[in-house]
Design a protein around this ligand. Structure first.
Ligand code: GLA
Length: 391
């Protein structure tokens, strides 16, 4: 993975600023950046009013914007070396071109934010968040654009508004029926803290993460690219919705007993069981963090993974290999691990006692390489600040 922690490397926002200047011959009017995320626990529950516990991570996406020149709007994904152009103001419907997939994330945010009043706009994106690794690279771009746009057009937007706009872009322009966790943590992340998000009322409760001297979170990327619009995610969401229709209420209020009594397919019952137990695990994880009990937290992460693998069926063998290795290293400084994000690929997180990090990392990489013939990319991450204006 790229090295966002490398101090000699220009920041993502600096890269956006100078690439904008190169491309458009003038400095951008506004630059904003927003981070990717990992979710500690609380998976596949945000779209049924559940509880999640993500934190914002070091790698960021940055957006530079300015007024369009020559009555054209130009969108540039600098790292992908692709661009899209429109006469006049940005279009207010999704761009159907398969070459312009990236632009719908941006057009969707502009639309949700109320449009540009007919003004042409130049937008340039750079990112240090690996794509397809399940670290919410898209949400970060959308949240950063929302913030840059709000500053440029002087239409103030709070974290919740930025998150809702980003989610609307995903639903209406990209076609991904995601929850709100990714964008809300990218907007509202706090340095050194995870956020317990109650997805029923969107209340945010900061929870202190272990100090870096004590424990760190290692991300290991399975290298299997996941795309949430590919169907497995929507299928899981539909299962949850079917269960809610039978229960005539939210899964947030369900219990194992109420599921046992309901007329459900065995598969929907399994998936709903994951949701009910996962919500409870989030508060158990918060309690473990507050008590400084990292062994307990590690066990909760492992339980969560088992549930995603066996009940919710969104893990893959590559992620299981990483998590199983981590579980075997419990006596050697690894507290626990689980896949993070929507699944079907993406990354696993490992909670590791700081002095043991290199031993654990090497063992996980070696076992993965033995099984799959390639070394997975990995990166240590910290809980970081959410969206910010950079100029
Ligand atoms: C993806 C979605 C989120 C959430 C997770 C699973 O990251 O974007 O809204 O549903 O999957 O917890």
């Amino acid at each position: 993975m790229t090295g966002p922690n490398d101090p000699s490397r220009p920041t993502t926002a600096d890269r956006a600023r100078s690439a904008f200047l190169d491309r458009f011959g003038e400095a951008p009017a506004c630059v904003a950046s927003a981070p990717g995320r990992v979710n500690l626990i609380g998976e596949h529950v945000d779209y049924t009013e559940g509880l999640v516990l993500p934190f914002a991570i070091d790698p960021r996406a940055a957006i530079a914007i300015g007024t369009g020149t020559d009555d054209r709007s130009v969108f540039v994904a600098h790292d992908l070396e692709v661009s899209a152009e429109y006469p006049g103001a940005p279009i207010t419907v999704p761009d159907p071109s398969p070459d312009h997939r990236f632009v719908n994330h941006l057009l969707g945010v502009l639309h949700a934010a109320g449009g540009t009043d007919g003004k042409p706009l130049n937008v340039l994106v750079t990112s240090d968040i690996p794509m397809g690794a399940g670290l919410s690279s898209s949400a970060a771009v959308e949240v950063a654009l929302g913030a840059a746009f709000a500053a440029f057009f002087d239409r103030p937007a709070d974290h919740h508004t930025l998150a809702r706009q980003a989610q609307a872009a995903e639903h209406e322009f990209v076609g991904t029926p995601c929850g709100i966790m990714d964008m809300l943590i990218s907007a509202a992340g706090i340095e050194g803290k995870a956020l317990r998000i109650d997805c029923r009322d969107l209340r945010l409760t900061p929870v202190v993460m272990p100090s870096p001297e004590e424990a760190v979170v290692l991300i290991v990327d399975s290298g299997v690219t996941h795309r949430l619009s590919d169907g497995g995610y929507a299928d899981r969401r539909e299962s949850c919705e079917r269960v809610q229709a039978v229960l005539a209420g939210s899964l947030r209020d369900a219990s194992i007993e109420s599921l046992a009594d309901a007329d459900l397919s065995e598969r929907d019952r399994r998936r709903a069981t994951h949701v009910v137990q996962e919500n409870a695990r989030v508060d158990d994880a918060v309690a473990a963090l507050e008590a400084g009990d990292l062994r307990e937290l590690g066990e909760i992460l492992l339980d969560g993974h088992r549930s995603l693998r066996e009940l919710f069926e969104v893990s893959i063998p590559e992620l299981d290999c990483i998590v199983d290795t981590a579980a075997d290293l419990r006596d050697e400084g690894c507290f626990g691990a689980r896949m993070t994000g929507g699944g079907f690929g993406g990354s696993a997180i490992l909670l590791v006692e700081s002095p043991s990090i290199e031993t654990v990392r090497q063992t996980v990489e070696r076992r993965f390489a033995d099984a799959y013939g390639r070394t997975p990319k990995s990166m240590i991450v910290h809980a970081c600040q959410g969206v910010r204006l950079e100029s």
